[in-house]
Ligand binder design. Structure first.
Ligand SMILES: Cc1cc2nc3c(=O)[nH]c(=O)nc-3n(C[C@H](O)[C@H](O)[C@H](O)COP(=O)(O)O)c2cc1C
Length: 206
């Protein structure tokens, strides 16, 4: 099959776009508003964007359906305001806590408390991090790119320079980050998730 998004009907029960870009890592992003209020929410349009210096990208997308239709995302508002954000890595054991933070929260309601996780201070930024997360990147905004948008809300990708990296000793084996020790959670299409339980290595051709 072939379809042109925005021009043709794909004819499938659900939009297949996300389901073809899988598995996606999940950035569990903690921020602090200028007034001090903290925020925590998951984002899977997330990846590394550069090595030297390390830079992370996160895409905020306009919500088309449901309670979040066209709504501003507090995470993006806080990043615009303070330039700081922390990306916490999600082990499978925290899947329900992560999911809870994608819910609808009013101003002053703590997503940390609702998810049952603990705020810990960062070293280089004012945003807090999730103490229970096995790794965290402390990031400072370097670029914010506004993308074309044909729905409610806005499409904005932020790029953050990594100023600090926390790694729990518990996920290291002989100094290597070992995914089998924390089973990183991955976002798939639709309502699906996956987890990494085994890995294999391959040599490059040269
Ligand atoms: C696993 C998962 C991944 C998500 N990925 C994204 C994403 O990449 N971009 C986005 O804009 N929203 C994404 N969302 C939706 C946001 O988490 C949701 O809109 C959240 O309420 C935003 O919270 P905030 O207003 O506190 O920033 C995702 C939700 C879940 C559960």
């Amino acid at each position: 099959m072939f379809y042109r998004p925005g021009q043709d009907e794909h004819g499938l029960p659900r939009n297949p776009f996300n389901a073809l870009i899988t598995p996606r890592p999940i950035a569990w992003v903690s921020t602090r508003a200028a007034d001090g209020a903290t925020n925590l929410a998951p984002f899977s349009f997330f990846n590394g964007a550069a090595y030297e210096p390390p830079i992370i990208s996160i895409a905020f997308t306009g919500a088309k359906l449901g309670a979040h239709k066209g709504e501003r995302k507090d995470t993006l508002a806080n990043i615009r305001e303070t330039k700081d954000f922390a990306v916490n890595i999600v082990p499978s054991a925290l899947k329900d806590a992560m999911n809870a933070t994608a819910g609808h929260f009013g101003i002053g309601e703590s997503e940390f408390a609702a998810a049952g996780v603990t705020e810990a201070p960062c070293e280089t930024i004012t945003a807090p991090r999730v103490a229970e997360s096995p790794a965290c990147f402390e990031c400072r905004l370097v670029r914010l790119v506004e993308l074309p948008n044909e729905g409610p809300g806005e499409n904005v990708t932020v790029f953050g320079r990594v100023l600090g990296v926390h790694i729990s000793e518990s996920i290291l084996t002989d100094g290597f980050v070992d995914p089998t020790k924390f089973h990183p959670l991955a976002r798939m299409g639709y309502l699906d998730y996956a987890t990494i339980t085994e890995v294999f290595a391959m040599n490059r051709p040269d």
